[in-house]
Design a protein around this ligand. Structure first.
Ligand code: FES
Length: 94
């Protein structure tokens, strides 16, 4: 799967230049730049993630990255060496 992608060399690491991010339950997929914030990626994809502080404190933007657990989308960059699946967490209080 990675063989089709452009990779970026950083020191001895070879990182993918872009990563496919899939947002569930909307099932929207978008190509994200490595290190792009998940919140910005979601906005480009037309997926709304609630926000509050935008500093990683209030957890209004909490989403779950498959295989990694919950993270705050406002401070979490797209990273890793494979595609990412993000589960939106619906909190009726936000
Ligand atoms: S908006 Fe508050 S933690 Fe992300």
């Amino acid at each position: 799967m990675l063989a089709n992608k452009v990779h970026l060399k950083v020191g001895l690491l070879v990182l993918p230049k872009s990563i496919t991010v899939r947002f569930l339950p909307e099932d929207v997929t978008i190509s994200a730049e490595f290190d792009e914030l998940l919140l910005d990626c979601a906005a480009r994809a037309g997926v709304r993630i609630p926000t509050g502080c935008l500093m990683g404190s209030c957890h209004a933007c909490e989403v779950e990255i498959e295989g990694q657990g919950p993270v705050c989308a406002c401070i979490t960059p797209v990273a890793g060496d494979s595609d990412v699946t993000v589960h939106l967490i619906v909190d009726p209080l936000w």
